[in-house]
Design a protein around this ligand. Structure first.
Ligand code: 5U1
Length: 730
């Protein structure tokens, strides 16, 4: 590109600036929207700096669509009101959170369109319901001139300065775009951006910065950034955007919008540079809506961003017009929610639980609350530091979160000042958050003091042994070992679980009775139980006692990996147990292996090797193994596995985003079966990154490191598995 000083005339300079802006818009689009930059960051920076320097010298040539204008302007006193040219509609919510909610919607649409069973299925578009803030972006002559929040649907707030800072939002549209175009969509914060933002906030707080805080969830952080009066601060809060509809559209020749279908409209928006979710699909009739609801529900926790449901829309715009509206809600669309993953409830007590390895975990006992599809009565506070950081106290109103199969956790305390706001604003300001229990204790009521600050007991709450926190560790541990009944109970439950030797029906209530009643003391004692001892227990009929004995008998025939995992050696999970069994073939070989020999196993590092040696160096642990063998617990053994090379042996994979057909667990199982390892984060040691739709920062990192990125088809080819049917997406 020509250097600035060589411009002879002002029109030449203006043309050069225009060209620079266009080049930078193109790079920004490929970087932020397509996730496929074509130049290194340094080249973008160089062009940007050139533009900045020229604009500083010729301020009269600065245009509002210039990339330099993303961050700028002064802090506002307040946001100016904006009357929407076309009201921002809200969306009707289907109350049934079962898949059948999709059938209700389809039945209603068919009824309203006068369709009978003989008619064809209706064509819909199914979209994720992003958990962010609705936004209207107004373009005039292809330039972003205004961004407004939804407000009451008629009048929102002018947040243009902050929205300009979002790299994914085009500041300028291609020539083909209408003269006036309002694009509607959702501003949100990606989960990885949210975690990184909170980490930065924590560091600022630790460094003593005043007025800083962490954010409760990505939605809250996004809302805070959008409503930030100082655009320089907003620019530091990484936001993203998905477009999903239109407001006012006028062509220069006064034509109206000329799309045939909603999907057609989205495809055009994509061409004009707007991010459109790759999870959006066409769906035919109720059957495909149900399938979509279920598949997005399964993928929900592995997406890079929060969603709280899905949205179904009639695809044909002609049919949309026929269906019309009822009180500001279109009849042709519905939001079908997933069960809320965050709810408010009250802390009734803070208990300390003792785990299998003696780890002490503070656990909040909660007023029962339905969250993430189940009733939750306890939520982990992880450790003393976390409990202190969140400052959770008895009587507090807290946000509890349960996502997927993850153990429920307390996200944060809602202090009294924020409480009426949190309740009033739900679901708009705190979507998915509802009041589960009126705060009846503590600080929820004015004038009543909060409970004391949580401190970890210095002795084990179960056996009274000293609790120690080793240097560099976050956890306190009970030093009682197998003297501690809590550790014994947890060890027994660990051994008996489905993923270990599996003793069906042996749950915590039964183990409590057996250990507390002094009926069993050690793991092998389980196999010495007789019918009378069991039948004498509370609520235990002869039949149930016999079932337990049968389950114990069945569990005697196990496998080496299950047995080894069941022993509960610290840091030895299922995958490591399998790798050890494969490598050594026999338990005695594992028990006698030196740390160096253990380190030869692909899945074993120094921490695991040391832990195994420590465990098997303790005579009482070897004694437990011998007694279990004497009680008839057996497994097939063999020579060490022949070191046949597996196709992916020695390769580490990282999975990111949603693959078109394979679930996360399926992909992991296929890779492991072929000898590969699946890791959670990308590093120089990663062999391949497998990326699907909405892949996150892991994909960025892979590109930075120049790693090989595979899509699902390439992964299957590597695994030599036949490729499945076509992928979704616009
Ligand atoms: N994905 C999506 N979210 N969402 C929210 N589409 C969509 N459409 C909406 C809203 C409020 O409203 C239109 C149906 C008018």
């Amino acid at each position: 590109m020509t250097t600035p000083d060589l411009f002879a005339t002002p029109p030449e300079l203006a043309r050069h600036l225009q060209q620079l802006r266009q080049t930078l818009h193109g790079h920004a689009h490929r970087y932020y929207v397509q996730d496929a930059p074509t130049v290194p960051d340094a080249e973008y920076d160089r062009l940007f700096q050139e533009l900045q320097a020229l604009e500083a010298r010729y301020p009269e040539l600065v245009t509002p669509d210039s990339p330099t204008q993303r961050v700028g302007g002064r802090a506002l006193e307040q946001f100016a009101p904006v009357r929407h040219a076309v009201p921002m509609l809200s969306i009707r919510t289907e109350t049934d959170t079962q898949a059948s909610g999709a059938q209700n919607f389809d039945a209603r649409i068919r009824r309203e369109l006068g369709l009978t069973e003989m008619d064809e299925p209706v064509t819909y578009v199914a979209e994720p319901k992003f958990d962010g803030l609705a936004m209207s972006l107004r373009y005039e002559q292809g330039v972003l001139v205004q961004a407004a929040t939804r407000g009451d649907g008629e009048t929102g707030e002018d947040v243009t300065q902050n929205i300009r800072t979002i790299g994914q939002i085009p500041l300028k549209l291609p020539g083909a775009a209408p003269a006036v175009l309002e694009v509607r969509g959702e501003v949100y914060m990606r989960r990885d951006d949210f975690e990184a933002l909170n980490e930065r906030q924590r560091q600022k707080i630790a460094a003593g910065a005043k007025g800083e805080r962490t954010f409760v969830n990505p939605r809250n952080a996004a809302a805070g950034a959008v409503r930030q009066l100082d655009p320089a601060i907003a620019a530091q809060r990484p936001l993203s955007f998905f477009a999903y509809g239109l407001g006012e559209v006028t062509h220069a020749d006064a034509r109206g919008p000329d799309f045939a279908s909603h999907l057609d409209l989205l495809q055009t928006l994509k061409i004009w540079g707007f991010p459109i979710s790759a999870l959006i699909q066409r769906a035919l009739g109720a059957i495909e809506l149900v399938a979509y609801y279920e598949s997005i529900g399964r993928a929900r926790d592995s997406l890079g961003f929060d969603i709280d449901g899905v949205v179904y829309k009639v695809d044909s715009l002609a049919l949309q017009r026929r269906l019309g509206f009822v009180s500001r809600e279109p009849r042709w669309a519905v939001a079908h929610k997933f069960p809320a993953q965050e709810m408010l409830t009250t802390v009734l007590a803070i208990d300390v639980q003792v785990g299998r390895t003696g780890k002490l975990t503070p656990v909040a006992k909660l007023a029962p609350v339905f969250v993430g599809g189940v009733t939750v009565t306890h939520a982990t506070l992880h450790n003393e530091d976390e409990a202190r950081r969140k400052d959770v106290r008895v009587g507090d109103t807290v946000i509890v979160r349960r996502a997927g199969d993850v153990i429920p956790e307390v996200v944060s305390v809602v202090l009294p000042a924020a409480l009426p706001q949190a309740v009033d604003d739900a679901p708009e300001a705190l979507t998915g958050l509802a009041l589960a229990a009126t705060p009846s204790l503590g600080h929820g009521l004015p004038g009543i003091a909060r409970g004391p600050v949580f401190t970890m007991p210095k002795t084990c709450p179960v056996c009274g042994s000293v609790a120690l926190r080793e240097e560099g560790e976050a956890d306190y541990r009970c030093t009682g070992g197998l003297f501690c009944s809590a550790q014994r109970k947890q060890s027994i439950l660990h051994f008996a679980q489905r993923r270990a030797v599996e003793v069906e029906g042996l749950g915590d209530k039964l183990v409590d009775q057996l250990v507390d009643g002094g009926i069993i003391h050690t793991l092998p004692d389980l196999y010495r139980l007789g019918l009378t001892a069991l039948a004498n227990l509370d609520r235990m009929a002869d039949k149930s006692a016999q079932n337990i004995l049968d389950a114990l008998q069945k569990s005697r025939q196990t496998t080496l990996p299950r047995f080894l995992f069941g022993l509960g050696v610290r840091h030895v999970g299922e995958a490591t147990a399998k790798a050890l069994a494969r490598h050594f073939g026999q338990l005695d070989a594992i028990m006698d292996a030196s740390e160096d020999q253990l380190l030869e196993v692909a899945d074993v590092g120094p921490i695991v090797a040391k832990s195994l040696r420590t465990f098997f160096d303790q005579p009482h642990n070897r004694e437990v193994v011998e007694q279990l063998r004497a009680c008839g617990v057996t497994w097939p053994e063999g020579p060490p596995a022949a070191r046949t090379p597996t196709p992916l042996g020695g390769n580490t994979f990282v999975l990111t985003g949603t693959l078109p057909t394979l679930g996360r667990e399926q992909a992991k199982a296929l890779i492991e079966a072929a000898g590969g390892k699946v890791a959670g984060s990308v590093s120089k040691k990663t062999s391949y990154v497998v990326a699907g739709a909405e892949a996150g920062s892991k994909l960025d990192r892979a590109r930075e490191l120049g790693l090989t990125v595979l899509d699902e088809a390439a992964l299957l080819a590597l695994l030599q598995v036949p490729v499945a049917s076509d992928a979704p997406g616009v």
